[in-house]
Design a protein around this ligand. Structure first.
Ligand SMILES: Cc1cc2nc3c(=O)[nH]c(=O)nc-3n(C[C@H](O)[C@H](O)[C@H](O)COP(=O)(O)OP(=O)(O)OC[C@H]3O[C@@H](n4cnc5c(N)ncnc54)[C@H](O)[C@@H]3O)c2cc1C
Length: 440
C-alpha cells in the first residue's frame, strides 16, 4: 500500500460498516445492496447529486441491473429500449450503413436501454437511500486513511470518516487508487477521451426521423471520417426527446492529430448522413470525460487490506467498436463487491485475504470472462489503421460503382470491386479480417 495516513482514531471520527466513494452506477449498486442487508453505509459524492458529474455514451445493457432490481426498466427513468442497431462507415461525404432491427432485441433478458445519467443515477441513488444508505453530496474525498497498511477511512477537507472497508467507485481517473499505489497513472495509449452533446428534439421527431416505434430507440456507431484516421469513432443514441451524439478517440493518437476532439464532434454533427436528423435541435448539454481502454491486460490491483476497486476505477470496460460497455460491468462489480463485504462482515475480517473472494467472484462473472475474451481487441485497433481511413473509402468506391448510372461504358462489378480492394491490398484486407476475427 502506497501511503500511510493518520495513525490514531479520534473520538469524533464517524464510523460506518462501509464507505463508498462515488455515486455512479458501481457505487449506487453497492450502496443499494449493502443497505438492503442492514449494513451502515455512506456514499460520498463530489457532485451536487448522483449523476451530476457522470457521463456515458448512452446505452445500458440491462442484464446486470436486472439481477439487482428485477423489472427495473418498468420503474427507472430509462429513455428508450433499443430496437435498432446501426453501424456506419463514413467518408467525408458518404456513409455505408448496416441497419439491424429485431423483435428479439426487446426481450427483457437481453434488452438494452438508452439512459441519461443525471436522471438515471439520481433515481438509483434514491432507491439505495430508501434501503437505508446515506448519501453525502458536494464533498470530494481527498485522501484515504491508511493505518498499518490497511485502508481505514477517508479524508475530505477537515473531515474524517472511518469504516471497516472503503469501496472506491470514483470513476476512470481514480486518483485515490493511484494515491495508495493500487493503480498506475493512465497512459495515453490506454486512455481515450470522449466528448458528447445532448441535442433536444421533440419526442415525435426522434421517433419519426429514426423510423422507430414509440418508446423504442436506436444505437448507432460511426467509423472513419469523424476521427480523421485516428483510433476511435462516433456514436448516436436516441433518448426520449433528445439525441446523445459523441466521439471517442485515444489520447495517444489525438495528441499528434491536427483535428481536435471538438472538431471531430463537429464533423459528426455536420455529416450529410447525420445533419438532417438533427435539424432544428438545440444543444442542451456538452460533456467530456476519460475512458480507460487498456482492457484485461491493464487491470489494476483490485483489492487490498480494507479496500476494493469497483467499476471504472477498476478499469472494467469493453469497447469492441460495435458495442461500448462499462455500465453493466460497473453494476455487476458493485453487486459482487457488496456480496464480498457481507461475507467479510460475517467473518469480522476485512484483510486482503478475506476480501480476495472479490477477485474469485469477478473471475466467475461475465466481467473478467468478457474482458479476457476481448483482451486482444485494443492491440487489434492499434494495428488496424485502415479501419479509420482506407476501408471507408474502399466501401464508398464499391458502392459508387454499384449505384452510379451516368451513361459511361459498363464495367463488370467484379472489376470495380477488385479495383477498390487493390488500393488497400487484398493481403492487407485478408490479414485485417483474420486479426479482427481473432480479436472478436
Ligand atoms: C464517451 C463515453 C461513452 C460511453 N458509452 C457507454 C455506453 O454506451 N454504454 C456503457 O455501458 N458504458 C459506456 N461508457 C462507460 C460508462 O460510462 C462507465 O463505464 C460507467 O459510467 C462507470 O460507472 P462508475 O460508477 O464506475 O463510474 P462513474 O459513473 O464515473 O462514477 C464515478 C463517481 O465518482 C465521483 N467521484 C470521483 N472522484 C471522487 C472523489 N474523490 N470524491 C467523491 N466523489 C468522487 C464522480 O463524481 C462520479 O459521480 C462510456 C463512457 C464514455 C466516457
Amino acid at each position: 500500500m502506497g501511503q500511510e495516513g493518520k495513525s490514531e482514531v479520534s473520538e469524533d471520527t464517524e464510523r460506518f460498516d462501509a464507505i463508498i466513494v462515488g455515486a455512479g452506477l458501481a457505487g449506487c449498486t453497492a450502496a443499494y445492496l449493502l443497505a438492503e442487508k442492514g449494513l451502515e453505509v455512506v456514499v460520498i459524492e463530489r457532485g451536487s447529486f448522483a449523476g451530476s458529474k457522470n457521463m456515458t455514451g448512452g446505452r445500458l445493457y440491462g442484464h446486470s441491473l436486472e439481477k439487482v432490481i428485477p423489472g427495473f426498466a418498468e420503474r427507472a427513468p430509462v429513455e428508450r429500449r433499443v430496437s435498432k442497431e446501426r453501424i456506419s462507415l463514413l467518408t467525408e461525404d458518404s456513409g455505408f450503413t448496416i441497419d439491424f432491427t429485431s423483435e428479439s432485441l426487446k426481450d427483457p433478458s437481453r434488452a438494452s436501454y438508452t439512459v441519461l445519467r443525471s436522471k438515471f443515477d439520481s433515481w438509483y441513488a434514491e432507491q439505495a437511500e430508501s434501503n437505508g444508505a446515506m448519501f453525502i453530496y458536494d464533498i470530494c474525498v481527498d485522501d484515504l486513511i491508511v493505518r498499518e497498511g490497511k485502508v481505514c477511512g477517508v479524508i475530505a477537507g477537515e473531515d474524517e470518516m472511518e469504516a471497516d472497508v472503503v469501496l472506491l467507485a470514483d470513476g476512470a481517473v481514480s486518483l485515490l487508487a493511484q494515491r495508495i499505489g493500487m493503480r498506475p497513472a493512465p497512459t495515453p495509449q490506454a486512455t481515450a477521451v470522449g466528448a458528447k452533446e445532448v441535442i433536444s428534439l421533440d419526442e415525435r421527431t426522434v421517433t419519426d426521423r429514426f423510423g422507430l416505434a414509440s418508446g423504442e430507440g436506436c444505437a448507432w456507431m460511426f467509423d472513419g471520417y469523424v476521427t480523421d484516421g485516428h483510433i476511435g469513432g462516433g456514436f448516436l443514441y436516441t433518448n426520449e426527446d433528445s439525441v446523445s451524439l459523441g466521439v471517442v478517440t485515444t489520447i495517444g493518437d489525438v495528441d499528434h492529430s491536427a483535428t481536435t476532439v471538438p472538431e471531430m464532434l463537429r464533423r459528426l454533427e455536420g455529416h450529410p448522413l447525420v445533419a438532417p436528423l438533427l435539424e432544428g435541435g438545440k444543444v442542451i448539454e456538452y460533456t467530456g470525460r476519460l475512458i480507460l481502454e487498456g482492457g484485461f491486460d491493464a487491470l489494476p490491483k483490485l483489492l487490498d487490506d480494507g479496500v476494493l476497486l469497483l467499476g471504472d476505477s477498476a478499469g472494467f470496460g469493453i469497447n469492441v467498436g460495435y458495442a461500448v460497455r462499462g455500465m453493466d460491468l460497473a453494476i455487476e462489480s458493485g453487486r459482487l463487491a457488496a456480496e464480498t463485504v457481507c461475507d467479510a462482515k460475517r467473518a469480522g475480517d476485512f484483510s486482503a485475504a478475506s476480501l480476495a473472494s472479490y477477485r474469485s467472484r469477478l473471475e466467475g462473472s461475465f466481467i473478467l470472462k468478457d474482458m479476457r475474451f476481448y483482451r486482444k481487441f485494443p492491440s487489434f485497433m492499434e494495428g488496424t489503421r485502415n479501419m479509420f481511413t482506407s476501408y471507408p473509402e474502399m466501401v464508398e468506391e464499391i458502392m459508387m460503382g454499384m449505384f452510379t448510372v451516368d451513361g459511361s461504358d459498363p464495367v463488370r462489378l467484379k472489376t470495380k470491386v477488385k479495383g477498390a480492394i487493390g488500393k488497400v491490398g487484398l493481403w492487407n484486407l485478408a490479414m485485417d479480417v483474420k486479426h479482427g476475427m481473432g480479436a472478436l
